[in-house]
Design a protein around this ligand. Structure first.
Ligand code: KG4
Ligand code: ZN
Length: 336
């Protein structure tokens, strides 16, 4: 089954063709990041306009790169939630029109489920059940992946998502948007033990809280500036990255062990972080847990992951939308 997938939830306009949930036939991404960088973050109105401008070309390119005409695909999939509402609406309305015109089923996909599915493309042997840590700009969640379309939440962030904390701490350190990748690069030159940063306590053992840690970094930078003291930015980046990676890893590995999982996966934009990848790999190996991580190119937003999840939504959950499908800015991953 060949699915044409569209993704426009934030600042990448993306289209891909994926076969049977596991094989990428094409994967096209038009990023707007340089424009949003000017404003220090995503400007929703600009994002919507750029999606409108790019979506036809990106989709044509995805079909051409797959060597397929529209009538040769079996279904159209689209990210319908969560994300920036105006940005999502561009993809949803475009996908609706395309599915209607081509007479193909329309499959709605939850963005974070898509991030998780990036692992199915990269690791053909991965099958549920397993435990997953999804960490992106808007989400940080540990969940049981019970089947390809059923999940239950084990822990979640009580405030900022990990990616959001990376981006806000990075801004205080003087890095451009989106700062996660700049912290990652600077960390390689720094000493991660130089700055002692707080590890916020949470009442539930597998929940996260990053807002206090982020504020601590912002205050540290501002206080130093007021006193005219030098900050070793590389070491602050390394200390911050290690602290976030350690919090995520400790809680995730504890949850996996306590709940008896021997298979685990990492997903979302923050899965690209080198410190998190290596710490998780090390600690999962110590406990005999097999860890799956997508390649860096499939960690950030893309439509291939949406095309992968769509296959399972269609075949396992029979999820097909009609033309009343709407976008939603927020949408829980699980029903409880
Ligand atoms: O999944 P994603 O591309 O978009 C959302 O769905 O939010 O995640 C974007 C987030 C941003 O906060 C970005 O800074 C972060 O992922 N990110 C990273 C790295 N690459 C991307 N954070 C830390 N280290 C990285 N290498
Ligand atoms: Zn994302």
């Amino acid at each position: 089954m060949k699915i044409l997938a569209i993704e426009s939830s934030c600042d990448e306009t993306a289209a891909a063709v994926v076969e049977d949930g596991r094989k990428i036939l094409s994967n096209i991404i038009a990023t707007q990041v340089e424009e949003h960088k000017l404003y220090g973050g995503v400007v929703p109105e600009i994002a919507s306009r750029r999606h409108c401008e790019s979506i036809v070309g990106v989709t044509d390119e995805a079909l051409a790169a797959a060597g397929l005409a529209l009538h040769e695909i079996d279904a159209v999939a689209v990210t319908y939630a969560p994300g920036l509402i105006g940005a999502l609406l561009v993809g949803v309305n475009f996908a609706k029109g395309l599915a209607f015109a081509a007479g193909k089923p329309l499959i709605p996909v939850h963005h974070i489920k898509g991030h998780i599915a990036a692992n199915y493309i990269a690791h053909p042997e991965l099958e549920p059940p397993y435990i997953c840590l999804a960490a992106s700009g808007g989400h940080s969640q540990i969940m049981r992946v019970e089947s390809y379309t059923r999940y239950s939440t084990v822990g979640r962030t009580l405030d900022d998502a990990a990616g959001e904390a990376f981006d806000k701490a990075a801004r205080a350190m003087g890095f451009p948007y989106p700062g996660g990748v700049y912290i990652d690069k600077a960390s390689k030159r720094g000493d991660s033990t130089k700055y002692r940063l707080p590890r916020p306590h949470t009442a539930e053992p597998y929940d996260f809280s990053f807002s206090g840690l982020k504020t601590n970094v912002i205050n540290l930078v501002h206080n130093a500036a007021q006193k005219g003291e030098e900050i070793d930015i590389d070491s602050l980046a390394a200390s911050f990255q290690y602290t976030v990676a350690d919090i995520l890893t400790s809680k995730f590995v504890a949850a996996a062990s306590d709940l008896g999982y021997k298979t685990a996966a990492l997903a979302g934009g923050v899965a690209a972080n080198s410190g998190l990848r290596s710490l998780l790999e090390e600690r999962c190996a110590e406990r005999g847990i097999t860890l799956y991580i997508p390649p860096i190119g499939l960690c950030g937003d893309n439509a291939a992951m949406i095309g992968s999840q769509a296959f399972f939504e269609y075949t396992e959950a029979k999820a097909v939308a009609d033309l009343s499908l709407n976008a939603a800015a927020s949408m829980p991953l699980t029903l409880e």
